[in-house]
Design a protein. Structure first.
Length: 408
């Protein structure tokens, strides 16, 4: 569709004296306006001022519509019809930001950029009208479909010998009580039979009680989670009961880092460094038998001066040392939830700019998008946590009943 004489005159002036910052938005505006006018003419069966038997209606002025694009704000005119309504297909109702800029806003949001800085980013791209907090939230609702598809995908096509479970806490608003409360965000990560990492799922709830964890693990089971040999987590009472209920036949590894904190809580502050060093000596042993012997020696050393700490070590021995029944090359990665702790720190960093989430859906949207991004990075990176050769030892161990063995 040819441009009007007035538009051609404006464009010629810009070409003669305007800058690129003025010219590019004008080119975008004229291009979009030409498409809108062509679609309106097709809907009416005739162009502006054209007399034809195929005409199906007449124009009745126009209304202005501001559209934010990566090239800047552009002011468009939407034709009105005397009868019926018209809205161009290249725009969307109630959306003043084009799709390209939507992608920029979504990426910034997931990357942990605050809504205030998103507004500054949009303004820096030339959209002087900016973007409000509510508009950022509405745009980011477009992530929900992708996030839900990721979090509800089937898990039945892989086996997951190792599963890590942990929780972190974020602030959310309780709409019923009109209060800001702490929300538990639980995360599950699995290691496949080929040694690769996968995010299995997340859930948001009031607390880490048994009911909450049980429901979460059952949903993972329903999605096809299988092949578990070792579940690594802290010793939260509700989580332990849920693992026993939903993961029968699976060994539980108590996180050594969380256990160390529990142990040092039973020792005077002046002696904590010494006890911590003694505990670390257990985990530098080369084989399972040496691990057991060193554990017993630490208990003996603590019995006289710190009986409560010694009693805790005796009680927790099988749980903290569960890793020794698995390949030694896996020990450093399976005796704690550290691999998952690093992911939780990233969640904290990305969500810190939000502060208080309006509801659980907003938490799942941001955390789910972050984990989807992390999963894609893991897949593109291609690195394995454990080699396929070492993972094959798990099958050998199971077939020989090595869960009861202490050496390899």
């Amino acid at each position: 569709m040819p441009i009007s004489d007035s538009a051609a005159h404006e464009l010629a002036q810009l070409l003669g004296s305007g800058t690129a910052g003025e010219l590019i938005p004008e080119l975008v505006r004229q291009g979009l306006q030409a498409l809108i006018e062509a679609e309106a003419a097709a809907a009416l069966g005739a162009d502006r001022h054209q007399r034809t038997a195929e005409r199906r209606g007449h124009r009745n002025g126009s209304r202005e519509r501001l559209l934010a694009t990566p090239a800047g704000d552009v002011q468009l005119r939407i034709p009105r019809f005397r009868t019926g309504s018209f809205f161009p297909s290249l725009l969307e109702p109630r959306r003043r930001v084009d799709r390209a800029l939507w992608a920029v806003v979504m990426e910034a949001y997931v990357s942990g950029v605050s809504t205030r800085k998103v507004d500054e980013l949009v303004a820096a791209l030339g959209c002087e009208s900016g973007i409000s907090k509510s508009e950022v939230s509405r745009i980011c609702q477009g992530l929900d479909t992708q996030v839900q598809a990721f979090l509800n995908r089937p898990l039945e096509f892989s086996l997951y010998p190792y599963v890590y479970l942990d929780a972190t806490y974020l602030h959310g608003r309780d709409q019923t009580r009109k209060q800001v409360i702490s929300r538990a965000v639980i995360v599950a990560v699995g290691i496949t039979a080929t040694g690769q990492r996968e995010v299995l799922g997340i859930e948001v709830g009031d607390s880490e009680d048994e009911t909450f964890w049980t429901a979460f693990l059952r949903r993972l089971r329903e999605r096809g989670l299988s092949g578990m040999q070792l579940v690594i987590s802290d010793a939260h009472a509700g989580l332990k009961k849920a693992i026993a209920r939903c993961c029968q036949g699976t060994t539980w590894q108590r996180c050594r880092v969380h256990f160390a904190r529990n142990l040092l809580a039973k020792v005077p502050k002046g002696s904590q460094d010494m006890v911590a060093a003694a505990l670390r000596s257990v985990f530098v042993q080369a084989d399972a038998q040496a691990v057991e012997q060193q554990w017993d020696q630490v208990i003996t050393m603590l019995t006289e001066n710190f009986p409560a700490a010694a009693a805790l070590m005796e009680q927790a021995q099988e749980d903290v040392l569960a890793f020794r029944a698995f390949p030694p090359e896996h020990w450093r990665k399976i005796w704690s939830t550290n691999p998952l702790e690093r992911l939780n720190k990233e969640i904290k960093r990305r969500t810190r700019v939000v502060g208080i989430f309006p509801n659980d859906a907003a938490i799942i949207r941001l955390v789910g998008a972050l984990l989807l991004e992390q999963q894609e990075e893991w897949q593109l990176d291609g690195r394995r946590v454990f080699s396929e050769l070492s993972m094959a030892k798990l099958d050998m161990c199971r077939s020989r009943g090595c869960a009861k063995r202490r050496g390899w």
